[in-house]
Design a protein around this ligand. Structure first.
Ligand SMILES: [Zn+2]
Length: 464
């Protein structure tokens, strides 16, 4: 099927303008500014295209809606294989396309952990069968799999995931000689979770002790006192130092503190940076005051920190110190989150379906504008990972597109959650946008709440 997305308001490369986009054979065939209404006479692009391409072009009236490049979520945990009671590639890729996300990159802390080329290939095979969105998978680094890391093909794999501080699933790399060799020999980008394990361990012991004595209440609000700003900085500054020293390509994931911003630079263009940074929508929407109301729903690693951190992160996005927004979509069942106390509640929550809702709300608070939002969620992940022909609305690029109704004000509910776990920390939040259509490789996979599941996503390729 070919499509004409007519009279959309395109947001692309810093510009906002009305145009019609023609999709043909999976690619963006043509972008025509200000298509004249069909009138008598020969100047009707739509009619001309129908004539050229036969009667199979479906016209979608996009008047008054925004057309953006499909969102590229570089940081997700879809939990397959092994943890599929929480989530799987099929269910979470549905949540993705419902939120306008057309490509994702999935993390290796599954069961088994993705630490060999064979296990990595098995994930690609699963996704080819099940995923509605385009996909790539990180290989996980451990203390003893360097031989597997160096075999990674940078043209077909998004990167190496390094836990410089343990999180869900114990994949901590803590041997210095291994870190040295990893930064020296990794054939592709290293995406790092940076929190210092020793600091977190000491803080946990102290909080447990205080809780046992009844001196603190072990609720969600103690999380930033366990997973502290110091724990983040100690680890991320070490990673940045090592990457600098060995000339490695490092992407620091989910930056959550003001202090870490001094590690990054904005005086060179993204394509020339060797050290880059990501933050997540929840660090921009929430701060420590939200633990009262949201409790364990917003417990995640690294912890959501202070109002001052939140404001500094927003400033860093505007200044170009932080390059991308990834969700760190990390579903857990409600009972894994909410039964028990602080020490047993799992960290992480589903978010991929609502990253645009959250970022539009952040935008409405006056901090960002729509072109910057598109830059952070669509263009920059494509540039940073050097993804082949995605992330922009450009002729000849893959037709990964999301059509967004910015007049559909509604309340986010658990009932509309497509993630397998069936709940969202954003429940009750007023959303100022709704994705009405999502195209993946020119296929309309999501349309007004209905999924078309015949066509599956494709493996991302990288121009490295
Ligand atoms: Zn993560």
């Amino acid at each position: 099927m070919n499509y004409c997305i007519k009279n959309a308001t395109l947001v692309n490369e810093g510009q906002t303008f009305v145009a019609s986009v023609f999709v043909s054979d999976g690619k963006i065939a043509k972008i025509v500014r200000e298509v004249p209404e069909p009138v008598e006479g020969p100047v009707d692009v739509e009619a001309a295209l129908r004539q050229a391409q036969g009667p199979y072009t479906q016209v979608i009236d996009a008047t008054g809606k925004y057309l953006i490049p499909g969102i590229i979520d570089e940081h997700v945990h879809f939990r397959e294989p092994g943890l599929t009671h929480k989530a799987d590639i099929y269910t979470e890729s549905r949540a993705a396309v419902a939120g306008g996300v057309t490509s994702f990159m999935d993390m290796p802390n599954t069961n088994p952990q993705t630490t060999t080329q064979e296990l990595l290939q098995q994930k690609f095979n699963l996704a080819a069968e099940k995923s509605l969105a385009n996909y790539s998978f990180y290989l996980g680094a451990t203390n003893d799999n360097l031989a597997e890391v160096v075999k990674t093909d940078p043209k077909t794999v998004c990167g190496i995931k390094l836990f410089m501080g343990s999180s869900t699933g114990n994949m901590l790399v803590d041997k210095n000689e291994v870190l040295v060799r990893l930064f020296r020999e990794s054939p592709c980008l290293i995406a790092a979770h940076c929190e210092d394990e020793q600091t977190i361990h000491e803080n946990t012991v102290r909080c447990k002790d205080l809780a046992a004595k009844g001196e603190v209440i072990a609720d969600a609000s103690i999380h930033p006192f366990v997973r502290t700003m110091e724990a983040c900085y100690k680890s991320s500054s070490k990673a940045v130092d090592m990457a600098d020293h060995f000339g490695a390509r490092l992407h620091v994931l989910h930056v959550s503190t003001q202090r870490e911003l001094s590690l990054f630079r904005n005086d060179i263009p993204l394509k020339d940076k060797k050290i880059t940074a990501e933050t997540c929508p929840h660090y921009l929407l929430f701060d420590n005051h939200d633990y009262d109301q949201k409790s364990f729903a917003i417990k995640c690693n690294p912890a959501i920190k202070s109002h001052r951190d939140k404001e500094a992160l927003l400033h860093a996005l505007r200044e170009g110190l932080i390059d991308t927004i990834g969700t760190d979509h990390a579903p857990h069942l409600k009972e894994e989150k909410f039964t028990g106390d602080y020490f047993t509640s799992k960290s992480g929550f589903p978010s991929i379906q609502h990253s645009l809702d959250v970022m539009v709300n952040v935008m409405k608070s006056g901090s960002l504008d729509m072109p910057l939002l598109v830059q952070l969620m669509c263009h920059n992940p494509a540039l940073l990972y050097q993804i082949d022909r995605r992330g922009f609305i450009c002729e000849g690029y893959f037709a990964d597109l999301a059509l967004v109704d910015m007049k559909d004000i509604h309340c986010i509910s658990d009932e509309e959650e497509y993630s397998k776990c069936g709940w969202t920390p954003y429940v009750g939040m007023q959303s100022h946008c709704r994705v009405t259509h999502t195209f993946v490789n020119g296929n309309l996979v999501f349309e007004h709440g209905v999924f078309h599941e015949d066509c599956k996503g494709e493996r991302l390729e990288f121009n490295r």
